[in-house]
Design a binder for this molecule. Structure first.
Ligand code: HSE
Length: 312
């Protein structure tokens, strides 16, 4: 038996929603798992993509051995239902830039779990899949929108369960993602964050997150310009993403731009605007990143409302 799932990219945090907000984006990885008939062939992992000569789809950083994250996810689910994962061929077709803050690892974890769950006869319901995916990924903000699509607030509760709700996203608002030509591993990007923050900064983020939810509900363009600010992670990550501060400040003065944030743990930048402003954004970002010798790809996107889907 052979099963494939197509899973969207995601952008986490959206500024103030550190580790609890995420949104699915229309870029996709496909995970295929096949039960091989020959006994004792073990588990084989292959990572591939269809794009030649892409700087941002560099596959060398994805292990194909026991450290592969899809394999870990699949083994976790098999063990949970009291089985061992044996004789499997896992193919990962990547089209989401790797280590760029676009949820490529969450996407393949979710794809692997969906395939494994189907091969096992669907022992896990959505709640169980979200818990396992979060356990493997470490936080829920990418895996939940990868499973359910849309913009989602999610919380990992003390008992390991995940509580989530979908939020609104104004149809007219446009998303532009600038993907630089360097990787930033999530663990590196998390290592610069403080263990403790001041009450003032915690209150600042509470206010921004409340503003953001309200701005999304009411398509409030004035409010979202304030709401996308953050003091919990972006100020510490600025030093890992040269030019981020300059780009954000330059775009702040453009009428149609509603805000610029780090996508997930970075280094990609996500710009929300009132309409498609790709050319203006491209020119501004090019001007700033060329001073830092950074090349980038620009992607003009909309929200992906659907999560992981089976591929026939
Ligand atoms: N919320 C996470 C972070 C997303 O910012 O580190 C990265 O996977």
């Amino acid at each position: 038996m052979k099963v494939s799932y197509k899973v969207p990219a995601t952008t986490a945090n959206l500024g103030p929603g550190f580790d609890c907000l995420g949104m699915a984006l229309p870029l996709y990885n496909i995970v295929t798992i096949e039960e091989t008939v020959m006994p004792s062939t073990g588990i084989e992992v292959n990572v591939m993509n269809d794009v030649e000569n892409s700087d941002i789809l560099e596959l060398d950083s994805i292990p194909e051995d026991k450290d592969n994250i899809v394999l870990k996810a699949v083994e976790t689910l098999y063990n949970l239902v009291g089985q061992e994962a044996n004789e499997l061929k896992i193919n990962i077709n990547t089209n989401i830039p790797i280590a760029r803050g676009l949820g490529s690892s969450a996407s393949v974890i979710v794809g692997g779990l969906m395939c494994a769950n189907e091969l096992l006869g669907f022992p896990a319901d959505e709640d169980a899949l979200l818990s396992v995916a979060t356990e493997v990924e470490g936080h829920p903000d990418n895996v939940v929108p990868a499973v359910v699509g849309g913009v989602v607030m999610s919380s990992l509760e003390d008992d390991g369960s995940i509580v989530y709700r979908k939020l609104n996203w104004p149809e007219e608002w446009h998303i532009t993602v600038c993907v630089p030509d360097f990787e930033l591993a999530t663990n590196v990007s998390r290592s610069v964050l403080p263990q403790m923050v001041s009450m003032e900064d915690a209150v600042f983020n509470s206010k921004r997150l409340a503003m953001l939810v309200n701005a999304l509900d009411n398509k409030d363009e004035k409010l979202i310009k304030l709401a996308l600010d953050d003091r919990l992670h972006q100020p510490y990550r600025e030093k890992l993403i040269p030019g981020f501060k300059e780009i954000r400040n330059a775009l702040k003065h453009e009428d149609n731009v509603l805000g610029t944030v780090i996508s997930g743990a970075g280094p990609s930048l996500l710009i929300v605007s009132q309409k498609n402003n790709t050319e203006l954004i491209r020119n501004t970002v090019t001007d700033i990143w060329k001073d830092f010798n950074i090349n980038f790809e620009i992607k003009s996107l909309n929200i992906e409302k659907n999560g992981a889907k089976k591929v026939d």
